[in-house]
Design a protein around this ligand. Sequence first.
Ligand SMILES: *Cc1c(COP(=O)(O)O)cnc(C)c1O
Length: 388
Amino acid sequence: MIEIDKQIEIVTSISKAINLKQAGLHEPEFKGNEFRYVEDCLKSTFVSSVGAYVNRFEEAICKYTEAKYAVAVVNGTSALHTALVLSGVQPGDEVLVPALTFIATANAVTYCGASPHFVDSNEENLGIDAEKLREYLKTIAVSKNGLTINKKSGKVIRAIIPVHIFGHPCDIDEILTIANDYGLVIVEDAAESLGSTYKGKHTGNFGLMGVLSFNGNKIVTTGGGGAIMTNDEKIAERATHITKTSRISSKWDFVHDEVGFNYRMPNLNAALGLGQIECIDEKVTKKRELFKRYQSAISGIDGVRMLEEPKTSKSNYWLQTIILENSKPENLDSMLNLFNNQGISARPVWRLLPLQTPYMKCQSDDISQALRISKKVINIPSSPSLVD
Ligand SMILES: *Cc1c(COP(=O)(O)O)cnc(C)c1O
């Protein structure tokens, strides 16, 4: 239970920290070469899926993340879909997905004809609880012909999608060990964590593939866009091929060697993205500064704190998050109203996926920790421009 006086104190302190009457949750800023590149792209007339900016943007992603290869696509969801197809996810398979993530993570699994199988999250970094996952697999998984089978459903468990929630790296080392023990593929959902590192290495570089999103609310935007990162040359080639309708290069014939996808990022979006990613360091610095401002603004109030980056990681602080200890669901609602009525955008975390209509019947571990998290977490304004 959080008394109304304290709720008001928290909201007032947060709004003082940014010293603004109104603030959205996450607004993009275009302060680099974005206008120049987009204009140049328009003048070139190469606005669609062929053009120099797509390659330049992919190179910039590789340079920044130290991934060997990056393949730019139309959004983060299609990047996830492509990565799962290339992971060998088959119709009828199960893929382990955290209950607490954006619905795209599970939708991409469904697009493969497979089913998400939900697991719990930990309260430290909001990512998959690795220890609990290990215990869970001990009870439900059996090994048959080199495959991991879910005893309850009889289906193959093929892969895990760890998500770096709000930009905070999850316990990826432990999850990699589990994946290794059970022969599971890892596709990292790094949609929110461009600019975040775990033990000095950029997120998205740990699994067989990592996935980025450049949606309008992400730290770097192309309007809509995404990318598949990988260090495997064959996978990179396959990703490029199937996201460009699987067309075989030839003089003028339209020859396709399989059912591909029309997922290639248009040059126009990549021009915007190149201007954006050139400014990524500044954005990360500003977001980390914003975190400190919020943290000091609420430091004197007990029962509330900012979600802080894990010790072994550096977070991009994509979405700033306050954590309320001892809150009741009605307190959360009341605080969301207090914030939003003042013009300060605030949001609860996503409704847990096993509680969403399309996913209610899916396999799931106990998700009591994710439920607890969803009752005590609020995202507050996180635009880099708030520290200007
Ligand atoms: C944004 C996001 C995606 C999907 O990205 P889109 O570009 O919107 O398709 C996937 N997973 C997570 C965790 C995200 O936040």
